[in-house]
Structure formats: structure tokens, C-alpha cells
Design a protein around this ligand. Structure first.
Ligand SMILES: C[S@@+](CC[C@H](N)C(=O)[O-])C[C@H]1O[C@@H](n2cnc3c(N)ncnc32)[C@H](O)[C@@H]1O
Length: 220
């Protein structure tokens, strides 16, 4: 089935910043469609008891229980500029907030309301495409990470993203090399790039081989 331009623009806008009822539904769809890459990213974090984790763009926070469930001392902060997603994430994770393990902050990634050197690890899944000034975001991430803190950026690479018809509307797509370059130019050293195989998808009657990449880096 071919989707018209208006529909594709609407999908792209909701993925960039989910809003209202359509945003809530987008959040639910992302939980399913992005499950493999989110769980693979959480596994890659190798969470330890004293971790203080920051996630950029957590959507509705569906995967947070997998993170705070590792140990009662793990702390998690999710930051997202979508009011709808922050509300949903707070609702889904009421108990973890009450326990003092999770918090959700409404903010853009460009300037984050956190003190310096607060977090042991930061990660983000499917948001790099929307960063307007990646150098500024990486400077902020370096500021809020402890020295030597780790950063995990998970994306579907350009060659996969180009298969989705909505990515022509406002997505900046990257190859693995381009993300590595971005990180090394902005105060991080890349330690690993993990390829995650995902189930094939059918878009407009065409079967597309899908995979994502977890780019692992350390703040210098
Ligand atoms: C495509 S969704 C991905 C959600 C989830 N991480 C996943 O993989 O299913 C992108 C999320 O990042 C948030 N986001 C995008 N750009 C952002 C920015 N500049 N600052 C804060 N949040 C941002 C959006 O509001 C949305 O919740």
C-alpha cells in the first residue's frame, strides 16, 4: 500500500515529537517496532549497581522497568521534549518514580537541566536523526557525563533508513562511519560498533532487511 505525502509527513512529525492522541499511539507502535534495538541497547549498557543513567528521547518509557529492575540502587533519568511522552512515561513508571529510581524531565537535548558530571552512562535510541546541532548535543553530553563516562547511540543506519518513505521528511541519516566521525570530532572515543539484526519488514510490498547499530563511546 502506498502512503500519500501528507500521511508520510504526519508519521515523520509524530516520530520526531509525538503529540496528543496520535502521539500516544505512535509511542505504542514504537514500543513494538523498536523493541529489538532497545533491548539490545539495554544489554550493551552492562548496568551495574551504582549506575546513574541518562536516556535521551525515551518515548513513553516502556523499557525503563528493564533498566531499574537490574538493581534497586540503579538510578535512571529520561529526558524528552515531548510533553505527551513525558506524561506517558510518568504514568507507566509511577512506581519506579515513587521508589526514587526513575525521573522524567521535559527538556530539549540542546541544553539539559543537569549539573556537571552527574551520570555514569548516557544512551539514546532513534533520536540522533533529529538533533539539530549534534556538536552542541555532544558537548552537553560530555558536560553531564562523568569523566570517562560512556555514551551509547543506537540508530538504524542510512542504508536502512532510506528504505522508509517517511525519512525524506526531516530525518538526518548517518552511516556508521559518519557517527564515529561525529563522536571523535566532539570529544569522544569510539570503543565498539555493535550490529543488531532485526526482523525484516515489508514496506510498500517490498521486503527490507533491517538492522541497527549501537555505537559505543567514552567521553575523553
Ligand atoms: C523516534 S522516537 C524514539 C523513541 C524510543 N527511544 C524508541 O526507540 O522507540 C524519538 C523520541 O526522541 C524525542 N526527541 C527527539 N528530538 C529530541 C530533542 N531534540 N530533545 C529531546 N527529545 C527529543 C522525541 O520526542 C521522541 O520521544
Amino acid at each position: 500500500m502506498q502512503l500519500d505525502e501528507e500521511t508520510l509527513k504526519h508519521i515523520a512529525a509524530q516520530l520526531r515529537k509525538p503529540d496528543g492522541e496520535a502521539g500516544k499511539q505512535t509511542g505504542e507502535r514504537m514500543n513494538q517496532g523498536n523493541q529489538v534495538m532497545n533491548l539490545a541497547t539495554i544489554a550493551q549498557l552492562h548496568i551495574t549497581a551504582d549506575d546513574n543513567l541518562l536516556e535521551i528521547g525515551m518515548g513513553n518509557g516502556y523499557f525503563v522497568p528493564q533498566i531499574v529492575g537490574v538493581n534497586a540502587t540503579v538510578k535512571y533519568t529520561g529526558l524528552d521534549y515531548s510533553e505527551t511522552m513525558v506524561e506517558e512515561a510518568c504514568m507507566y513508571n509511577k512506581q519506579h518514580i515513587a521508589d526514587g529510581q526513575a525521573q522524567f524531565v521535559l527538556s530539549s537535548v540542546g541544553t539539559m537541566p543537569f549539573e556537571d558530571h552527574l551520570f555514569t552512562k548516557a544512551f539514546t535510541v532513534n533520536t540522533l536523526y533529529f538533533w539539530e546541532d549534534p556538536a552542541q548535543v555532544l558537548a552537553e553530553l560530555r558536560r553531564v557525563l562523568k569523566p570517562g563516562g560512556e555514551l551509547f547511540i543506537t540508530i538504524r543506519p542510512k542504508e536502512v533508513m532510506l528504505s522508509y518513505p517517511f525519512t525524506q521528511y526531516g530525518f538526518t541519516m548517518y552511516t556508521a562511519d559518519e557517527v564515529s566521525q561525529l563522536l571523535t570530532n566532539n570529544g569522544f572515543t569510539v570503543s565498539d560498533i555493535v550490529k543488531v539484526d532485526e526482523p525484516d519488514i515489508v514496506i510498500e510490498d517490498e521486503t527490507i532487511e533491517k538492522h541497527s547499530l549501537i555505537i559505543c563511546a567514552k567521553a575523553l
